[in-house]
Design a protein. Structure first.
Lengths: 816, 353
């Protein structure tokens, strides 16, 4: 909301240090979003005396004038205004000046004649509505005087952020009250004086004779008042009025509309002026009906838009048709125009919630709707109507009919509250004096009385403060005006608190450490997915369950929640590859979502997923680039298995049917103690294609809760060997179908206690030397006893038994 | 020639050869030729039997003396050659130490999670628990239980992502759905108050969603860290002290904090917290839009309504709550020009942190 300091200072003192004032406003809860000094925008606009004025040779209405603007040479200007003449003083916008509306003055040619500036009307300067001609300034204004000086404005306008709980601050008077409380200084409220002017302009028959008001539903409209002003002359506003409306951020339209806006800015009460003659029936009677709109009812609002209404909306209507959208905007066909003679002035209160919804659903926010949705004080409707009617009659030359039509069901009452001083100070951690508390509450408009208990104040909150509902609301008022900066910082002294991590948090911390140590970079992708992502993974549409659908997605490509981490990670691979980044190592820990029929909240599962493409690093002077393959992904999971002490980890080959997203033969399931943890493999080339990623891409996706469940907090200690080991290298030639896992199992069981480890150090294929469909698997076997040095006979015996069993179990041949 | 002369001659020759030896191989050759199994000097020792008995003592003495002398000379020469060879080997092994080292590449933490870690550690140190919440919430936990008015604009389809409700319940929110992607982590407050025993000291970091089109300063998905304390005797001073401590931990001990009164539906009194601008230190610059302060979080004393709705007696307990945007802190700390970079997975971006 814009507040002119000049205007504000009519009611309470405004500090001369604007910066300090803004800081104080900020700290007490009124955010200052902008500070604008009026007059600044008049740079380059000066008073000039017209020296000569000749008709334009090539136009029947324009003139070519020379103007003395206080410069060495007079300037030549082409002017189209009818009232231009020689020897008058006018505002001249010189070349380079910027007029309101960001209109920049340039040197130009008008019908072949050079024009170096512009003579301005009031409206062109943003100072009023008069556009009938050039603004003729008093003759004594010296040539060359900057316009800012001529107008004598120098006003500062603050753009304030009023929080939604403070409708009372959406007016100059409300801000004056706030500033009075901020600085504990007096405020002069203008309402009584404004109302007092009404008697002088009252004439004619009672308004009730011509107007009747029916409110069909008091919930929609707690109060509706109507007055009638006769014999108005609609025309430009007086300067002071136009200036006020402009300073408050409005636009001067005409004297009647400007009065309604002026009163709105001053008191925060929205008003609407109807052309009463257009409301009246054939008999000259006006029946105003406040009712719910019919579904689909049409109304063209003041802005010229035809609106289609819903039952939730409220309209002001005659028995024949809707004429205004209650609380939001008036109707076009009953608006006040230059032809208007009689005005019906509405001052009412409408339901906050409905106004808010109406304004939002129609995308129509007005000064009125903004106030109604936050809350207008219905107790003030009638008094403000009196002040407005008096002013309207004054500026338009009309007269106000005596009386008012006032439909007001149950008058709003102030809310009685108690204020426990001791509790307040205990809760704030402060010792704020009772005097201060009382003073602030009174300045804010509360009635405060002492009670029998010295610690308790009895407070009556005013109706213009709907936010003061409870004792705590009063605490806030006192605290903010006392100053939060005056409260000493302390730390809570609670005894029963300990910081702990959940098992999942502790495990994920280790997971993150392992993945980083394995060279992977953590990323984040959208939780949104594109419908069809599951199919792009070559999975059946329902393979991952039902997708969670958004009712109002930002766009179709983000209209469901992800069911797998892989699609968006593959998109990140593509993003990098498209930018020439070849080496990609990414991982993400995030949530996947599954809906289910009959279920309100979808199931959320945390997943850990990673993608590897390219290699860990480019070829270096001392290390070759090794392209990623299946085993790099598996290696990451083996690191995890070690660090999380996962028991009995197995990798089982996944078939094409089991894992269609992966390349068959390079796909495995990770298990611990028989429980599935997740999968790892090379992404199927067709899946890579679907996401524009260049294969090969190695990927894995693990279920975090399975990982947490399987992880062990610590590993068991095993004695460090004290006796020497004997190493024997042994190669087995086996069929391709015999896996490393199978060989390891047989060796482990055959080697018994003496076999400490069997490390695979070579896999060799050669049709001639090893045979077709066969491979040579070479192991380094380590034999050791915990309690003695093994003799060579013992080792030979054990090794012989091992080789024998491997041959029997796998059909292996021993390779020399 | 008498043996004594032969020995003297052999001694002279051997010492000369030792002196002439250039490397350990040459020296070894000399040693073998003289002292080896069939070495010249060894030959004398072996042939002592053929020396007349009366000369044996003197010849033996002379042979031994020659041997000792040769062995010492050999040892001295070996030490000198070894030292020279080591020096040569070291010289030859010198590398350009400015060449890059050899290491397993370390991965990086996403900067948003890095900040969440940092904040979590600070609050763990203050005795807070770190709580996770779900990303899908009901209207009740996201709005109603947090005192948000039924018609609040943030509840609209414009601002909040709603989810198709498959429960078959009649939806209660303006014919829409009452299941949504949480717009704030504040719902975790309510769950915590409902589910936990008092006192509560917790923070809840997490992902939240708002219906904003992604642009350099907005994302439809971002992160918040919510904090909640409920205990006996919690004061506004405690709130100030806690957040002041946190800001100094994150931004540096020289930074100041400022509490500005504000409005939030679920706290009362409420405040916004500014931290003094790290660029201009309060003088006013472009970073802080000339104010000297940068807004970083919202906070307040827990509204008694919110406590009551969770079954906590506001006359007995009080508390404070705060919420901050993690992306905002990231931008302040790292000057990230475009928030969308946080979600692109660009290696060149991620590996900076």
């Amino acid at each position: 909301m814009k507040v002119s300091l000049k205007w504000l200072s009519e009611y309470t003192q405004v500090p001369s240090d604007v910066k300090a004032f803004c800081d104080r406003l900020d700290l007490t809860g009124t955010g200052v979003e902008g500070v604008e000094t009026l007059g600044e925008s008049f740079d380059g606009i000066v008073a000039g005396r017209v020296l000569t004025c000749e008709p334009h040779p090539d136009s029947d209405h324009m003139h070519v004038v020379t103007v003395d603007v206080g410069a060495a040479e007079p300037v030549q200007i082409v002017c189209g205004a009818p009232n231009i003449a020689a020897d008058i003083v006018v505002p001249v916008a010189c070349v380079g000046a910027v007029l309101p509306g960001d209109f920049k003055i340039k040197k130009s040619k008008l019908r072949g004649v050079v024009s170096c500036g512009m003579c301005c009307s009031q409206r062109e300067l943003g100072l009023g509505s008069d556009h009938s001609g050039i603004w003729i300034l008093p003759d004594e204004v010296p040539v060359g005087t900057p316009m800012a000086e001529v107008i004598g404005s120098g006003d500062t306008v603050l753009d304030l952020e009023i929080t939604p709980n403070r409708p009372d601050c959406l007016s100059v008077v409300g801000m004056a009250r706030e500033v009075g409380a901020m600085y504990q200084q007096p405020v002069e409220y203008p309402l009584a004086a404004d109302v007092a002017k009404l008697a002088a302009v009252t004439a004619g028959a009672d308004v009730a004779e011509v107007v009747s008001v029916t409110v069909e539903d008091a919930e929609r409209c707690p109060r509706y008042t109507a007055r009638v002003i006769d014999n108005v002359k609609v025309g430009p506003s007086p300067d002071w009025l136009a200036e006020r409306v402009t300073a408050a951020g409005g636009r001067s339209i005409n004297n009647v509309v400007d009065v309604t806006n002026y009163i709105l800015y001053l008191y925060g009460q929205p008003l609407h002026a109807f052309d009463a003659d257009l409301l009246a029936d054939e008999a000259g009677h006006i029946s105003v009906v406040v009712r719910g709109a019919a579904e689909g009812e049409a109304l063209t609002t003041l802005d010229g838009e035809e609106r289609t209404l819903t039952e939730d909306m409220t309209v002001i209507a005659t028995p024949k048709r809707a004429v205004a959208l209650a609380g939001v905007m008036g109707g076009l066909d009953t608006e006040v125009t230059e032809a208007t003679r009689t005005v019906l002035l509405e001052s009412a209160d409408f339901c906050n919630g409905r106004t808010s919804r109406t304004s939002r659903n129609l995308g129509l926010i007005s000064e009125a709707s903004m106030r109604y949705e936050r809350g207008v004080d219905e107790n003030m409707c009638e008094l403000v109507s009196q002040a407005a009617a008096a002013l309207l009659a004054e500026v338009s030359g009309g007269t106000v009919r005596p009386g008012v039509v006032d439909v007001y069901g149950k008058p709003a009452e102030g809310r009685p509250l108690t204020f426990r001083i001791g509790r307040f100070n205990a809760m704030m951690g402060a010792a704020i004096p009772t005097d201060f508390i009382e003073d602030i509450l009174v300045r804010l408009g509360c009635a405060v009385e002492a009670t029998d208990d010295a610690d308790v104040l009895s407070v009556l909150a005013p109706t213009f403060r709907p936010d003061l509902e409870r004792e705590i609301d009063l605490y806030e008022e006192v605290l903010r005006l006392w100053g939060m900066d005056r409260i000493a910082p302390t730390l809570p002294g609670g005894r029963e608190r300990v910081g702990t991590r959940t098992a999942e948090q502790a495990t994920l911390r280790r997971v993150n450490d392992v993945l980083r140590a394995s060279g992977l970079n953590e990323t984040m992708t959208y939780s949104f997915a594109e419908p069809g992502d599951v199919e792009r993974l070559r999975l059946a549409p329902d393979a991952l369950g039902l997708a969670v659908e958004l009712l109002n997605p930002l766009n179709a490509a983000m209209s469901v929640m992800r069911q797998s981490m892989l699609p968006n990670l593959l998109r990140s691979v593509a993003h990098n590859q498209a930018r020439g980044v070849k080496n990609i190592q990414l991982y993400e820990i995030g949530t996947v979502f599954t809906a289910a029929e009959g279920r309100k909240k979808a199931k959320e599962r945390k997943k850990l997923a990673g993608v590897l493409a390219g290699s860990m690093a480019d070829t270096a002077w001392n290390a070759p680039a090794v392209p990623f393959d299946f085993f790099d992904g598996k290696g990451v999971l083996e690191n995890l298995a070690r660090e999380l002490a996962l028991p009995k980890v197995r990798f089982r080959a996944l078939s094409a049917e089991e894992a269609p997203q992966l390349q068959p033969g390079r796909a495995a399931e990770m298990m611990a103690m028989g429980a599935v943890i997740g999968w790892v493999g090379e992404v199927h080339p067709l899946v890579c294609d679907a996401f524009d990623a260049a294969p090969p891409v190695v990927a894995f996706e693990l279920d975090v809760s399975a990982l947490v469940k399987a992880s062990r907090p610590a590993r068991n200690y095993v004695d460090v060997p004290t006796f020497p080991a004997v190493a024997v290298d042994q190669a087995f030639v086996v069929d391709e179908a015999v896996t490393h896992e199978k060989l390891s199992q047989v060796m482990a069981s055959a080697g018994g206690k003496l076999l400490e480890s069997a490390a695979l150090f070579d896999v060799y294929r050669d049709e001639e030397r090893v045979g077709a469909g066969k491979k040579s698997m070479a192991y380094s076997l380590t034999y050791r006893a915990a309690d003695r040095t093994l003799t060579s006979e013992e080792v030979e015996r054990a090794h012989g038994k091992l080789v024998d069993k491997v041959q029997k179990a796998t059909g292996a041949e021993v390779r020399a | 020639m008498a043996i004594a002369e032969e020995l003297a001659d052999l001694r002279e020759r051997t010492l000369a050869e030792i002196g002439a030896a250039q490397d350990s191989a040459a020296l070894e050759a000399v040693r073998v030729a003289v002292l080896g199994k069939s070495g010249t000097l060894t030959g004398y020792l072996r042939s002592m039997g053929s020396v007349p008995p009366e000369e044996r003592a003197s010849v033996g003495k002379a042979v031994n003396a020659a041997r000792v002398e040769v062995e010492e000379a050999l040892a001295a020469a070996k030490a000198a050659i070894d030292a020279a060879e080591l020096t040569a080997a070291i010289d030859a092994a010198a590398v350009d130490v400015t060449l890059p080292g050899r290491a397993q590449q370390m991965g990086t933490r996403h900067l948003i999670n890095g900040i969440i870690d940092e904040v979590s550690d600070i609050f763990m140190g203050l005795g807070y628990k770190v709580v996770d919440g779900t990303e899908i919430e009901t209207d009740y936990y996201n709005f109603t239980a947090l005192n948000a008015p039924a018609d609040h604009p943030s509840r609209s389809m414009q601002d909040t992502f709603y989810i198709r409700d498959l429960s078959g319940d009649a939806s209660r929110v303006r014919g829409e759905s009452d299941v949504l992607l949480r717009t704030q982590t504040s719902g975790v407050q309510v769950h915590t108050m409902e589910d936990w025993d008092l006192p509560i000291y917790m923070i809840a970091p997490g992902k939240v969603y708002r219906r904003d089109v992604a642009d350099p300063s907005h994302l439809p998905q971002f992160h918040q860290i919510e904090g909640l304390v409920v205990d006996r005797g919690i004061t506004f001073g405690d709130l100030k002290g806690t957040l002041d401590y946190m800001c100094k931990q994150i931004f540096g001990p020289e930074r100041k904090t400022r509490f500005r009164a504000h409005y939030f539906p679920f706290t009362e009194p409420s405040a916004e917290v500014d931290v003094s601008c790290g660029i201009c230190h309060g003088e006013g610059c472009r970073m802080c839009k000339g104010t000297g302060w940068i807004e970083i979080l919202g906070c307040g004393m827990v509204d008694p309504n919110v406590l009551s709705m969770s079954g906590i007696d506001p006359e007995e307990y009080s508390g404070f709550a705060f919420g901050m945007g993690v992306e905002r802190i990231a931008c302040l700390k790292y000057d990230v020009p475009d928030l969308r970079m946080l979600l692109e997975g660009d290696m060149r971006f991620l590996r900076q942190f």
